[in-house]
Write a protein that binds this ligand. Structure first.
Ligand SMILES: NC(=O)C1=CN([C@@H]2O[C@H](COP(=O)(O)OP(=O)(O)OC[C@H]3O[C@@H](n4cnc5c(N)ncnc54)[C@H](O)[C@@H]3O)[C@@H](O)[C@H]2O)C=CC1
Ligand SMILES: O=C(CO)COP(=O)(O)O
Length: 335
């Protein structure tokens, strides 16, 4: 009988742990935690209290703090560390990962400096591997609680993504496929910036109409940049675009939205991030997205205001004043 595929997830935050828990229901799965205590707690008590409270994790989910051992075991490698840690984490284990192993990113932020997407960073570290991502409207806590959700495996090679789908799918977690890796990845990255704007709107009590405007015009900005970079604009109407945008902008659990709310309450960006204690990718990514917008000659007024606030050059109140000054053009002019 063929040996079962082992999924190895690097990063035991809220999302890495949740995805590893789904995979563990389908196939042998190992979760790497950089912290010994968290690895021990997952292994022996089947809990990750720092990130997922008292939610029980599958008994079969194995955890280790030995990065090399974890990487060596992988038949499928999943990257669940924040964007700033992807390159450093992979560089430590390049020689341990067998050549054919597909790599799936969960990461929704751009690398500062290089402006590379996580799948591009992975491809630089692990040339020749099939690389893709899993993304969609997936607030970790809800999925860990067993609420129904859907996601997308995006890969150029559909034979690989079709083989990956059943590793993560459960009766409550539908996994679709998409070959538009760029569009799916940008959707997950760019919606975090709009979610900060939505959180600021919440904190300023601006009302439902304003919130709807931010979502709709935010999606227009996301699509505009995506299309300029070569993505399929239809992808932005799907789970990884509009779907993730709605979930993140409306969920009180979203870390990016919470940062926006905290800023509107008058906290500095450092205080807002410190209070969160988890990653909010939109904070570091907003200024990097503005560099891309300039490079591709694309107007992104909402992202521009968010970038100004997170870099301390503006305030949420001034950001919303700034948005009112944008001259409305043809609404459909998204290209
Ligand atoms: N939590 C969620 O609902 C979702 C998160 N994501 C994305 O998944 C990625 C990971 O996020 P979360 O699990 O939510 O983050 P988190 O803040 O809950 O946990 C981050 C994990 O990465 C580890 N880590 C942090 N810095 C590190 C470093 N320098 N080197 C090695 N490990 C490091 C932490 O120890 C922790 O295990 C992010 O890009 C996020 O945008 C995507 C979908 C849903
Ligand atoms: O990407 C997410 C949901 O799909 C999680 O968003 P936050 O990082 O804002 O919590």
């Amino acid at each position: 009988m063929a040996r079962a595929v082992r999924v190895v997830v690097l990063g035991s935050g809220s999302w890495g742990t949740t995805i590893a828990s789904l995979a563990a229901r389908n196939t042998p799965t190992t979760l790497w935690a950089r912290n010994d205590d968290i690895a021990r707690e997952i292994d022996t008590e089947h809990r990750n209290r720092r990130y997922l409270g008292e939610r029980p994790l599958p008994q079969g989910l194995r955890a280790t703090s030995d990065l090399e051992e974890a990487a060596r075991e992988a038949d499928v490698l999943v990257i669940g560390v924040p964007s700033h840690a992807v390159r450093k984490t992979l560089e430590q284990v390049v020689d341990e990962i067998r050549a054919w192993v597909p790599v799936v990113s969960l990461v929704k932020g751009l690398e500062t400096g290089t402006r590379l997407r996580p799948t591009e960073v992975i491809a630089e570290c692990l040339p020749g591997h099939p690389v893709g991502l899993l993304a969609g409207p997936n607030i970790a806590g809800e999925i860990a609680d067993g609420m129904a959700a859907a996601s997308v495996v995006a890969m150029q090679d559909e034979a690989v993504s079709a083989a990956l789908q059943p590793l993560f799918a459960t009766s409550l977690f539908r996994v679709y496929r998409n070959t538009d890796v760029l569009g799916c990845e940008l959707g997950g990255i760019l919606k975090n910036i709009v979610a900060i704007a939505a959180g600021m709107a919440e904190g300023l009590s601006v009302g439902d109409n304003t919130r709807a405007m931010v979502l709709a015009r935010g999606l227009a900005e996301m699509t505009r940049l995506g299309e300029a970079m070569g993505a399929d604009p239809r992808t932005f109407a799907g789970l990884t675009g509009m779907g993730d945008l709605i979930a993140t902008c409306t969920s009180p659990s979203s870390r990016n939205r919470r940062v926006g709310e905290a800023l509107a309450r008058g906290l500095s960006i450092d205080e807002a991030v410190e209070a969160l204690g988890q990653v909010a990718e939109g904070v570091k990514t907003a200024p990097t997205v503005m560099e891309l917008a300039r490079e591709y000659g694309v107007e992104m007024p909402i992202a521009a205001e968010v970038a100004a606030v997170v870099t301390g050059k503006s305030t949420p109140t001034d950001a919303y004043r700034g948005l009112r000054r944008v001259t409305p053009g043809d609404e459909r002019d998204i290209v």
